[in-house]
Write a protein that binds this ligand. Sequence first.
Ligand code: SAH
Length: 392
Amino acid sequence: MNYKKIILKSSRERSLIGRHPWVFSGAVKDLPLAENGEIVEVRTNHNELLGYGFFSPNSQITCRVFEFNDEYVRIDEAYWHKKLKNAFQLRKALFNDAETNCYRLLHAEGDFFPGIIVDVYGPIAVVQLLVKGMENISSIIYTGLNQLGFKHIYLKTKQNTQLLEQVEQASRWIGEIHPMPIIVMEHGVPFSVNVESGQKTGFFLDQRENRKILGDWAKNKQVLNTFSYSGGFSLYALQAGARLVHSVDSSKDAIALCDANVALIEKEAKHASFTEDCFDYLKRIDANTYDIIILDPPAFAKNARSVDNASRGYKNLNALGFQKIRPGGIIFTFSCSQHIDKDLFRKIVFSAAAESKRNVRILKQLSQPEDHPINIYHPEGEYLKGLMMVVD
Ligand code: SAH
């Protein structure tokens, strides 16, 4: 098969030679006459082959490279199935099904699969397709997932699936429908997940290791979990023997999920939930109520333009945390904004800490887990960062 070619400007080919997988529109010298989603070759200004990617003529990112190779590669079903199997093997080495049976199987660029996310919940694979090129090969991905043993595949789109009619909902299942919700295990902690109506693919899998760390510190503690969603951090704290846990989220559906999950482990007596804005909640509570506060908001910076506003949001949130935490208490603070890197996040938290005039020490720097790998040439993939701090 002959692929059409994208020729790069000589002034803009360095990052691609350095294996960064995105071709920005400004870097293109010659555009191919190719369809949206077509597989194209990426070549230097001197016509040397760098690799292969999905063409997106209408996007800022004109091409997403999935294979760096200076030789001809046959990109067929076997090619994709092999890559999928590699990703699966990495996860098999990480997890023991009885302890953890929910994880990310494909993490887009982090697995050299640009434009696709696949999250696993027991026998279910939830697929999100983010570029046309991936849509074009989706049936190959589905057969590959079948071969790995996933008989239930759910196609999740960005729109709010709660609004879908039941018939339409059913049409999103590829292969056999699986009844909802499903109970999955994460480090031996059970969670009820609804892949049809939940946020993202149903659960925030990326906080698994950070929840475990929280659990190590939560015994006999009073814990506040802000932006709690389905109670991920709350359940770990309760399982670890926290004296009480409060979960706060502005979404009534999220709070209902959280309460249902707390009921699964029969810890209702030690838990209370609040459907409320977290900033309002933090402002109204007395200082020194909590030994541990978790701040895990949604991405405040959705794009590069909103970084300034988002930084203010993170600063205000963390400032409230520093004001309210009990002396000797611990704050777990996070940002999942791709556009706010680790250094900037640390500066923001630093400036919030400085306002509090309290001694603050970083005990641990937190990140995303191994099933969310970061392609070293694609630092944008490192989206989750966090700090665990003790406040005197
Ligand atoms: N920590 C969670 C994931 C948080 S996702 C986990 O481990 O699973 C972010 C959550 O913040 C969502 O559930 C959303 O409903 C909630 N949220 C967004 N803005 C909020 C606000 N201003 N106040 C309270 N909750 C908010």
